[in-house]
Every structure is written in structure tokens, then in C-alpha cells.
Design a protein around this ligand. Structure first.
Ligand SMILES: [Zn+2]
Length: 152
């Protein structure tokens, strides 16, 4: 196995950081860009044969900042600093797994469509509309930032 840095280790339940709410990141600060890059690196490094994990929150790698990375197919990554849901619609069931809960599958009620506002690591504000699995994934990551897991 290749050795990895601590910040690229995926924390698993019941690690206390997975249960604590993350604090807003300092938008535009270099440290925030470095932390966001760490979350992206951890997601890229995740070797999941079925590629079911398409998002990661900062506290999953031990950083208590409101940063998430969302993978969208085929190979697009959205790095979101201080993401906020602007609006959402239509609650439907979603079957979910989580890198912090190996071997666990849960049905969650999620919004099918959502619009989110966030900062890029350099500070620029973005808006993004998501639906289906991308929206479900982001909702799981936003739950992580508030210390919630799919087993709740
Ligand atoms: Zn998760």
C-alpha cells in the first residue's frame, strides 16, 4: 500500500469529527484553497470499484471546515466552499452509501432537484442546479458538514 497523508485518510464512524458541525471556511484565504485541494485529492484517491462514492466533505478527512467536493460524470469536480441550498423541490427516496460507513446502505428521503450557492476556493461565487444522483450526493455531503450521517 502507498502511504498517504493524514488529511487523505477517510475517517469512519464513530470518529467524533464526523459528528461535529463544520465552521465556515475563510473564503479567498490560501489555507482554504489548500484544504479544498486536500478534499479533492482524497476523493480522487478513493479507490472504489463501483465508483459509488461521488462526493466528500471536509470533516471526512479531518478538516472542520464547510468544504465539499462533488463529482459529476464523466469527470467534472465541483469544489464548494461554504455551500448553501438556495431552493429545492420534490422529495423522493434515494439509496445511499458513504465512504465513512463502509458496508452500510441506507434509503434516505432527498430532494430530487436543488439549487446551491457556493464559493470557489479562490472566492468567486457560483450557483449550480443539480438533479437526481448529483443532488442526492450533495445533500449527503451537506449533512456531513452538520455532523449528520446516513444512519441517522
Ligand atoms: Zn458520506
Amino acid at each position: 500500500m502507498t502511504p498517504v497523508q493524514d488529511t487523505r485518510k477517510i475517517l469512519t464512524h464513530p470518529h467524533p469529527l464526523l459528528r461535529s458541525a463544520c465552521v465556515p471556511a475563510d473564503v479567498g484565504r490560501n489555507g482554504t484553497a489548500v484544504q479544498a485541494a486536500s478534499v479533492l485529492a482524497a476523493l480522487l484517491a478513493m479507490d472504489h470499484p463501483l465508483k459509488l462514492v461521488n462526493g466528500l466533505a471536509a470533516n471526512q478527512i479531518g478538516l472542520d471546515k464547510r468544504i465539499v467536493v462533488l463529482k459529476r460524470f464523466p469527470n467534472r469536480y465541483h469544489i464548494m466552499v461554504n455551500p448553501e441550498v438556495v431552493s429545492s423541490r420534490l422529495t423522493i427516496p434515494s439509496i445511499e452509501v458513504c465512504a465513512s460507513l463502509p458496508g452500510i446502505v441506507r434509503m434516505k428521503l432527498r430532494k430530487y432537484w436543488m439549487r446551491v450557492r457556493y464559493h470557489e476556493p479562490e472566492g468567486e461565487i457560483q450557483h449550480l442546479s443539480l438533479f437526481g444522483s448529483a443532488a442526492f450526493t450533495l445533500q449527503q455531503e451537506l449533512d456531513h458538514l452538520d455532523g449528520r450521517l446516513i444512519i441517522d
